[in-house]
Write a protein that binds this ligand. Structure first.
Ligand SMILES: Nc1ncnc2c1ncn2[C@@H]1O[C@H](COP(=O)(O)OP(=O)(O)OP(=O)(O)O)[C@@H](O)[C@H]1O
Ligand SMILES: [Mg+2]
Length: 333
């Protein structure tokens, strides 16, 4: 028995990984802006421990905790934390680790900031000649009548930043100026945000997951189609209620030409926005069937959501294998 354990130890990869997190939220539904991925640390720990020699979970509360982490010099930090608020000052984990020559699994601060601001992400992507719905930003009273709007109805209105479809509901689709004004005000009050106004894309919806392992020269681009049920007005959008209640169906993209087109839009967007290691690009078609970039997410959920579904539907791999691929990709970049 001891001998067998020992031989198992020997085949484990000789790397040291720290899974880094912050203390649990007091309210589980709270929108923690500095947490990009809500990791299930214990599950990740179980998976990584089977393959890597040394794995530990570290909870960071103070700047000193972070300094000790860096002193321990792990080979990889596996974390969904974007930044810490020490003494009211943001300290970005990815850039801090890079300065200290420690590998991490996500993008750097600049790329994370570009994707967080959906207006900025669309500007960058547009500049790179990738299709995206026409857009502008506004807030109450900034555009005071219909003729001052730079684009025409129907429009789609959402907060400029944010995930999990917060602030997105059936009223996001507007066909007239009165409904437009109401939603802009609603987003301003409830989300404390300016509004991103876009042309409404009424077609199909896709999400494309990306995982890049630079040293092994492996680039995985994995599209899926997401079909949500019709809302009360007969429109299909992935709004807050649809996501919370898991009302959507996720299916493989079997059409080879469409699969390739989705891969092209996704990787071009990922590159334009400076994504590293992993991400998810949301894409939707308009009436004419043309693919449009909607938004990027460089800290995709590592639970059993769209990112994982993309892996099963395209590559038929297990959850464990996916987590190991993420760690391996992080160790190489
Ligand atoms: N211009 C648009 N036209 C039509 N539907 C749209 C448009 N923009 C967004 N949507 C719908 O709203 C959903 C949520 O939008 P978006 O992906 O920007 O928000 P999110 O909250 O960041 O989502 P995530 O949870 O993926 O981070 C999309 O999945 C899509 O169904
Ligand atoms: Mg999205």
């Amino acid at each position: 028995m001891t001998v067998r354990n020992k031989s198992l130890e020997n085949i484990k990869i000789d790397k040291y990984i720290e899974i880094v997190t912050i203390p649990a939220a007091t309210n589980p539904t709270e929108d923690r802006k500095n947490v990009g991925i809500e990791l299930e640390e214990k599950i990740i720990f179980e998976i990584l421990s089977k393959s890597y020699k040394k794995v530990i979970i570290t909870i960071i509360e103070t700047k000193e905790d972070l300094e000790s982490l860096v002193d321990r010099k792990p080979d990889l930090v596996f974390s969904g934390i974007k930044y810490f608020d020490f003494d009211e000052k943001e300290l970005w984990l990815s850039d801090y680790l890079k300065e200290n020559d420690i590998f991490y699994i996500t993008s750097n601060k600049e790329a994370l900031n570009s994707e967080y601001d959906k207006n900025r992400a669309k500007e960058i992507v547009k500049e790179a000649n990738i299709n995206t719905a026409q857009f502008f930003t506004t807030q109450p009273n900034e555009h005071s009548n219909e003729s001052s709007l730079p684009i025409t109805f129907p429009l789609f209105l959402k907060p400029i930043t944010g995930g999990d479809s917060r602030g997105i509901n059936a009223d996001s689709i507007v066909f007239n100026f009165r409904a437009y004004q109401t939603k802009v005000l609603d987003i301003y009050i409830k989300q404390q945000s300016r509004t991103l106004v876009e042309n409404y894309l009424s077609g199909r919806e896709y999400s494309v997951s990306i995982l890049e392992n630079k040293s092994k020269d492996i680039l995985m681009i994995l599209p899926v189609e997401i079909i949500t049920c019709k809302n009360k007005n007969g429109h299909r959008i992935l709004d807050y209620d649809a996501k919370i209640n898991n009302l959507e169906e996720v299916i493989a993209v079997t059409d080879i030409k469409l699969h390739q087109e989705l891969c092209d839009v996704a990787i071009n967007s990922f590159r334009a926005l400076g994504g590293k290691t992993m991400g998810r690009i949301d894409i939707k078609t308009g009436l004419n069937g043309i693919l449009h970039f909607i938004e990027a997410n460089f800290m995709p959920g590592l639970g059993h959501g769209y990112f994982y579904r993309s892996f099963i539907l395209n590559e038929d791999i297990t959850y464990e294998q996916m987590i190991l691929k993420v760690a391996d990709a992080g160790l190489s970049s």
